[in-house]
Design a protein around this ligand. Structure first.
Ligand code: NAD
Length: 503
């Protein structure tokens, strides 16, 4: 299979240049090639988007919205096809892949409310016959860059919001997981979206670096690791581009003495091992108060031992592989680091047993470290794999100190039934997203999604009204109404009625 660029309403069939093999992480088989597009090809895509902006931004809003409604319907009608694409090249377990597609369906529902959210404001009577108006205006071409782990979700965070508000878009999927966007783009093509409104270009940083000094580009968005977010922030800053850059994460889950235990263990498994731990909201640091620490460790290690690993398309297993050989090596390296640092390796996920026919896949099994010190590398750095570290603290304040010492501030969860702990945690945890008795604190699409500190490098979060703010600017107009007959415009007792009658 040849993964293709889509520029100016057409699939680009002939690609001459570098390409990377696309692998199925579940079995290591080569699925096809992903083009590594050049600087000039990247500029071709933004040129097409800039041309399209001229007419797309002027299209009456109901007509623009009609495409968003159709996009939503196309996703509903092709749910399984889209979910399978994620389970194949990203090797997200098929049940979770269905969940990701469903989440994007909900994001599109949110995007359908955009006409109500982009209404402007008017203030009259600033001075005699002068009033002021604010309209939420589109900015032009936005370019977006996706991570490998949420190929559908990140499409949903960027494209519907950008184009519904009148902008056009160039999107670079991750070269590890381009299949979703190949299928989604075909669905968008089939509903007849005008050429150039959405363009797809595959490649590496060369494609992105072409955008920094491109006068056609108004702003860039990224969901990816913090080093990539910082590199893009520099490029955007130097060139005055708007930037919405979500970075990496290291999330904590605090367990108080009154935590509902069955719910807790179920949620740690989903959070820590879902997507094989490759999730920006994975709770990889479990911080338990001393009264309950031993119980948490015993139950978590037992439950983790039962987690099954295998082909992401197999509905009977719990967890698929990690994305590629480099990720497997990096995660195994972190496991060794944890051992070398003196943490107790209570469950070792290296070299899990899988059936022979998938033994070339990139598997790491559930791994649990206990007796972890918050200053250890495994507690501080993003491992991005199915590795959970358990730490002991004395009380809620101790837990908050560990949470807040993290450089990243994406999400943090607490398990408790106590309203004092709940409210204190919501108020004092230095993160962008808090969860209470949930393992993955992903906010609904009506609400903003994003962290603080090193987890958010640009100024805006995705989803909700934050996304509208990012993809529009508040354009103001100061309007003096001049009477064409030379009057002041103020109603005159003498002639106003008479002139109205005469007209
Ligand atoms: P990555 O940063 O390696 O790559 C992300 C994208 O950026 C890819 O498309 C890649 O080609 C491109 N890229 C890489 N280096 C670049 C550079 N120097 N300049 C421009 N573009 C560059 O991330 P990944 O490994 O694909 O994804 C995992 C990371 O994404 C994790 O750190 C995870 O926490 C993060 N993530 C964050 C969120 C969030 O909501 N904050 C959500 C999902 C993933």
């Amino acid at each position: 299979m040849q993964v293709r660029n889509y520029i100016n309403g057409q699939w680009v069939d002939t690609f001459k240049g570098d390409a990377l093999p696309l692998l199925n992480p579940s079995n290591g088989e080569v699925l096809g090639d992903v083009p590594m597009s050049t600087f000039d090809q990247s500029r071709e895509a933004t040129f097409a988007a800039a041309e399209a902006f001229q007419t797309w931004s002027k299209l009456p809003l109901p007509k623009r919205m009609n495409f968003i409604f159709q996009m939503h319907q196309a996703m509903v009608d092709n749910h399984e096809l889209l979910a399978e694409s994620i389970a194949i090249d990203q090797a997200k377990h098929i049940a979770e892949a269905r969940g990701e597609v469903q989440r994007v369906v909900e994001i599109l529902q949110m995007a359908c409310t955009i006409p109500a959210l982009i209404q402007g404001e008017t203030i009259t009577g600033i001075a005699n016959n002068i009033h002021g108006r604010v309209t939420k205006a589109p900015l032009g071409v936005f370019c977006g860059v996706a991570p490998f782990n949420f190929p559908a979700l990140v499409f949903g965070w960027f494209i519907p919001f950008a184009i519904a508000t009148g902008n056009t878009f160039v999107y670079k999927p991750s070269s590890d997981s381009p299949l979703f966007m190949q299928r989604m783009m075909q669905l968008i093509h089939d509903i007849g979206l005008p050429a150039g409104v959405v363009n797809i270009i595959h490649g590496n940083r060369t494609v992105v670096e072409a955008w920094y000094e491109d006068d056609n580009v108004a702003g860039l968005c990224l969901v990816g690791s913090t080093p990539t977010a910082k590199a893009m922030a520099e490029g955007c800053g130097r060139n005055g581009k708007k930037a919405m850059l979500l970075g990496g994460a290291k999330n904590s889950l605090v367990v108080m003495e009154d935590a509902p235990m069955d719910l807790l263990i179920e949620n740690i498994l989903i959070s820590g091992y879902g997507s094989a731990g490759q999730r920006c909201l994975a709770s990889s640091n479990i911080i338990a108060v001393s009264e309950i620490y031993d119980d948490v460790v015993e139950r978590l290690v037992d439950a983790s031992r039962d987690v099954t690993v295998g082909d992401a398309m197999n509905p009977d297993i719990f967890m698929g592989p990690v994305i590629n050989a480099a990720a497997k090596k990096r995660i195994e390296g972190y496991i060794q680091t944890g051992v070398d640092e003196g943490a107790t390796l209570a469950l070792d996920g290296r070299n899990p047993s899988v059936p022979k026919n998938i033994s070339n896949g990139f598997y790491v099994g559930p791994t649990v470290f206990t007796d972890v010190n918050p200053e250890m590398v495994i507690a501080e750095e993003e491992i991005f794999g199915p590795v959970v570290s358990v730490m002991k603290v004395g009380c809620i304040n101790g837990a908050l100190r560990v949470v807040n010492a993290q450089k990243m501030g994406n999400g943090a969860c607490i398990f408790t039934q106590n309203s004092y702990y709940t409210e204190k945690f919501i108020e004092d945890a230095d993160v962008g997203m808090v969860g209470v008795n949930v393992g993955v604190c992903a906010p609904h699409p009506y609400l903003p999604f994003g962290g603080i500190k090193d987890s958010l490098v640009g100024n805006n979060k995705v989803q909700g009204k934050d996304a509208i703010d990012f993809f529009t600017h508040n354009k103001t107009a100061t309007i003096r109404v001049v009477d064409p007959e030379g009057g002041t415009g103020a109603a005159s007792k003498d002639n106003s009625v008479r002139s109205c009658v005469a007209n």
